[in-house]
Design a protein around this ligand. Structure first.
Ligand code: XMP
Length: 523
């Protein structure tokens, strides 16, 4: 494992993803995790970060990391941190900020250990800079291995140990040779074996689940029809067959025909016995008259937990009739690695703008042990694992859909009328996006319905109908997003179809807000 120590950079996850793409397994931990490590890494990367090493509360790594006897690469703040460790006076100066592209000149020392980082790279390369402080003085026992016109110490290396520092960001695409540099570090210098593939992950994970659950253990898990829960479910099914019980709760806020489509997919294509619970009446009944988005989320979340617990009891009673099976002891959750990183971050959980974790509290309530087979994976890896498990590409490439479903896409009070509009309009929008071949260029797209009405003219009659909002965004991490640039003819065609085919809609508008300041969902 390559250890990435996080100093709070917005790019930390990108470092991990780049290494994973090189098939090198790595983990992100907070910068202060070193004395508590439960494994010995084969190399360490210090991420960038917003602090200055001279700040009073600047994050500093435990000095023992330099004694682990493994290579270290410091990126941006990581370089400052390395220099600070060796000479904690005068290494950094914060006078000039530098942001953008720069041309790096590599300096070589004829086959010395210091040359390993830029091995086989051009002597002159384009790199991406984004920093406030820069190194003002070389710490003793270090040499300069790269410069730019603005940074005389854009790359430094210890003259005897495999410790390297770079001021630029190799993990961003604006540094075209960055991947090769990371490969040099991970594969050549740390001697990581590039063996991290979803094929090998699948085999190891299936085996691990089998051992964990034992020969009789049973597992229950909620599925939504989305990528994560479907991949997690298929993995469980591979591992323990019918001792895994998938459950779909239809809360009345699913997309058009979603429950029956998921049922069909699970039974016919994946050979799993999916329990579908129709809880739409109960859920929509509780939502009647509620307009506050956070209250809506709470009601939907609580109803989900209640219904899931009831269903689990029924399945358990049923399963108890099977003399060969033990109790249901485990709960499957499709937690992904970004959630894990977020929850261990030294910065603490980021400011809650919306309560996303609709199913929080479920494991405690049910007194079940958690099983989270995807907790080491990024979304793109989950998609690859899905393909590896034989799940079709269309499902594996599906846009995310929020837990509270159409509840946050029908603004204000949730009514059957608005839900019908949202369902049908969304169905047309997504169908046309697929037909135009742009589904995979878009990260998330949907139709939402507002509370207000607008006038339209249809067949010479004034018509006071709903306003329908279309939203489509592109994003890498769902933390920031830009609206998708459709061409006008496409929007024209979709808008005409929706007004013609969806009863109750008089206007269609396209949301051109990026995130921030907007969010991806409407509520
Ligand atoms: P926002 O609207 O916060 O959305 O920009 C970012 C991503 O999170 C999804 N989302 C949710 N997912 N429960 C969920 O499970 C929620 O309450 C929720 N709200 C937003 C959203 O669809 C997008 O992918």
């Amino acid at each position: 494992t390559v250890l990435i120590l996080d100093f709070g950079s917005q790019y930390t996850q990108l470092i991990a993803r780049k290494l994973r793409e090189l098939q090198v397994y790595c983990e992100i931990h907070p910068y202060n995790h070193v004395p508590k490590l439960e494994f010995t890494p084969i190399g360490v990367i210090f991420s960038g970060g917003p602090a200055s090493v001279y700040d009073e509360d600047a994050p500093h790594v435990d000095a023992s990391v330099f004694e682990l006897g493994v290579p270290i690469l410091g990126i941006c703040y990581g370089l400052q941190e390395m220099a600070w460790h060796y000479d904690n006076k005068n290494v950094a100066a914060g006078d000039k900020k530098e942001y953008g592209s720069a041309i790096l000149q590599v300096q070589r020392f004829k086959g010395q250990i210091t040359d390993e980082l830029f091995k086989d790279l051009d002597d002159s390369m384009k790199v991406w800079m984004s920093h406030g402080d820069k190194l003002a003085k070389l710490p003793s026992s270090f040499v300069t291995i790269a410069t730019t016109s603005n940074s005389p110490f854009a790359g430094i290396a210890h003259s005897e140990k495999p410790f390297y520092g770079i001021q630029f960001h190799p993990e961003v695409t604006h540094t075209p040779s960055g991947v090769q540099l990371l490969r040099n570090f991970a594969v050549n210098i740390c001697k990581a074996k590039p063996e991290w593939t979803m094929g090998s992950f699948k085999d190891i994970e299936v085996e691990r689940i089998r051992n964990l659950v034992g020969p009789k253990g049973q597992v229950i898990g909620a599925v939504s029809g989305g990528v994560d829960s479907t991949v997690a479910a298929k993995l469980m099914h591979e591992a323990i067959g019918s001792r895994f019980h998938p459950v779909l709760v239809d809360n009345g806020l699913l997309r058009l025909d979603e429950a029956s489509r998921v049922k069909e997919r699970f039974t016919r294509m994946m050979g799993m016995d999916l329990t579908v619970v129709d809880a739409s009446k109960r859920n929509l009944g509780r939502l009647a008259g509620v307009t506050d988005p956070e209250k809506k989320r709470k009601i939907i979340g609580n109803a989900f937990i209640e219904i899931f617990v009831e269903t689990a009891k029924e399945i358990e009673a049923d399963a108890a009739r099977n003399p060969d099976a033990g109790e249901i002891e485990w709960l499957l959750q499709g937690t992904l690695y970004p959630d894990v990183i977020e929850s261990v971050s030294f910065k603490g959980p980021s400011h809650t703008i919306k309560t996303h974790h609709n199913v929080g509290g479920l494991p405690e309530k049910m007194q079940l042990k958690l099983i989270e087979p995807l907790r080491e994976l990024f979304k793109d890896e989950v998609r690859k694992l899905g393909l590896e498990l034989g799940i079709d590409a269309e499902l594996v490439g599906r846009h995310p859909f929020p837990g509270p479903g159409l509840g946050v896409r029908v603004m204000g009070g949730v009514t059957e009328e608005k839900l019908q509009i949202a369902r049908h309009a969304d169905n047309i929008f997504i169908r046309e996006i697929r037909a135009a071949g742009i589904y995979n260029d878009i990260s998330q797209a949907y139709a939402a319905v507002g509370e207000e009405r607008a006038v339209g003219v249809m067949g010479d009659r004034r018509y006071y109908g709903r306003i329908l909002y279309l939203r489509a965004v592109q994003t890498v991490d769902f933390m920031t997003a830009t609206f998708y640039r459709f061409n006008w003819d496409f929007l024209d065609m979709v808008s005409t179809k929706i007004v013609n085919e969806v009863v109750g809609v008089s206007r269609v508008v396209y949301d051109t807000t990026s995130k921030p300041p907007g969010t991806i969902e409407m509520e």
